[in-house]
Design a binder for this molecule. Sequence first.
Ligand SMILES: [Zn+2]
Length: 279
Amino acid sequence: MPEDVTIAAPATRRTEAPRTPGARTPRPAQTCRVWWARPTRFSVRDLEVLSTVERERRESTHRADDQDRFTTGAVLLRLALGSALGIPPQNVPIDRRCPECQGAHGRPRVPGILGVDCSVTHTESQVGIAVVRGRRIGIDAEEVVEQDEFDDLAATALTQRERASLARRPRRCRAKAFTELWTAKEAALKATGDGLRVCPSALEVCATGTGLRFTRLPDIPALARGAVLRPLRPRAGVATLAVLGREPVTVHESPASALFGGASATPADATGHFFGDRA
Ligand SMILES: [Zn+2]
């Protein structure tokens, strides 16, 4: 795939005002798109968009619900990226190789296309995908951790300061607050590609009036410029999006039904741009 592939703006009405010649307009916040879906059984025809590697992984997944979750994520990612790039979903060059062992279980990447990045998360009842251009992203959704599990997890995953701040919360709020911290850390480590090879307690998250932000990050190059955290509104449980770098982002979340309507059902945002900025 050549590097100068242009991302086609969806063929929808643009609502921006005409620009004054010579006027400097501030660079708009980058747009991250997030879609949520219930894990679905697919028809044979829907499965045609999957690559050979994805079909093999699907077939080697034995539990039916795991298979549905994987398939939903893989099909959604192809529909979303195909729509964004203006190419058929089956032609999106998704690479799932693990950088460590070359197996097909790695973080999905779209190599060579204008820095487009994507991330997928699964819980019991839902699948979420996130897509952005020009940044690296990670998405993580979790069911709220049960009270009796979370003490042990908090001891290893949280810093002393995070545990102290959690202890000040009313007891009934703690499990949800813990799960928020966990999803923030896991989302950032998905964005860097490290996953849980980095201990979550190497990252420290502080709840602010409007959301979450990192107050400590591990010394890894991908996190040298920090990360923006955005709480999401999943169908159930808790979810966070982490976008590497400091620049602001705009997040558009939608149910995935628009994507399933066909690759031509482009989910354009209000500006008519898939990513909210220009190719
Ligand atoms: Zn591997």
